[in-house]
Design a protein around this ligand. Structure first.
Ligand code: BTN
Length: 265
């Protein structure tokens, strides 16, 4: 069963926030095209570090590679404006921090164990629960988090449905949406500080939840495709893939990676 976040809920959400900067301010909308776009517009107008945008529905939600991201009622569609102190070359770590933060929050609030798939997919029992989209631009970065919370798979388009899941589907009941959102924001703040202080630790946390590291993978880009074994990730979040020709460093913006059942020869 899905629900609407009433004005009162939005105020309850704000009142119970346990953060210093993340979610301050928190803008809540019934429906927008994409919370990432709203966050970008706010960032361009000078919105402070930590500004959050939450929408009950997105009509033009975006995933990686410009894919459509189905965003019906009942999901967590959230974007943050961040202005990291570290140089932009190190911002890729933020997507990994956000996915580990979201996974940790689900564990705390819903008691389900969430794994991550490279680069930033949130996985529940082999199905996709959510994802993270990082869009950097000059002085700020927008981190968008999408998660299927209180919705049934039937609310998703047929092509997505086959591979997706939601908290409601796994639990058999709804989750306290306000409590989950507050916890996601709290964990993002914690991991945001960790990214600033110790990106290596953040990546270690990501590896501890990873479904990708140690697995045979196929790497596909517009230029080439190759198979190997995902050996590790570096502190910038690049995937290090062992191939017959040596170790290859794979960057998330360039390629898609899919797990293989067994090594291909
Ligand atoms: C992916 O796995 O491809 C990333 C999906 C990211 C979706 C979120 S929902 C909130 C934010 N707004 C968007 O348009 N996209 C992100």
């Amino acid at each position: 069963m899905s629900h609407r976040l009433s004005v009162v809920d939005a105020n309850t959400l704000r009142a119970g926030l346990q953060t210093q900067a993340i979610g301050r301010p928190l803008h809540v909308f019934d429906r927008v095209a994409s919370t990432n776009d709203v966050a970008k517009a706010l960032a361009e107008e000078g919105a402070p570090d930590g500004t959050a945008v939450l929408a009950e529905e997105q009509t033009g939600g975006r995933g990686r590679f410009g894919r459509r991201w189905a965003s019906p009622l009942g999901g967590l569609w959230l974007s943050l404006v961040l202005r990291p102190r570290r140089p932009a070359t190190e911002w890729s770590c933020l997507g990994f921090a956000a996915s580990v933060a979201a996974a940790t929050a689900v564990e705390t609030v819903a008691g389900l164990s969430v794994r991550v798939k490279w680069p930033n997919d949130l996985m529940l029992e082999g199905r996709k629960l959510g994802g993270v989209l990082v869009e950097a631009s000059g002085a700020y970065v927008v981190v968008g988090i999408g998660m299927n919370v209180n919705l049934q798979r039937e609310a998703l388009p047929a092509d997505v449905r086959a591979l997706a899941t939601s908290l409601e589907e796994r639990l058999g009941h709804t989750t306290d949406f306000v409590a989950l959102t507050q916890e996601v924001l709290r964990e993002i703040e914690r991991f945001y500080h960790l990214v600033e202080d110790d990106p290596h630790f953040v990546m270690e946390q990501w590896v501890a939840r990873s479904l990708t590291v140690g697995r045979p993978v196929r790497v596909v880009s517009t230029k080439e495709s190759f198979d190997g074994v995902a050996e590790s990730v570096d502190d910038q979040g690049a995937l290090l893939v062992r191939t017959s020709a040596g170790l290859r460093r794979v960057v998330a913006s360039d390629v898609s990676v899919r797990e293989l059942e067994r090594p291909q020869r």
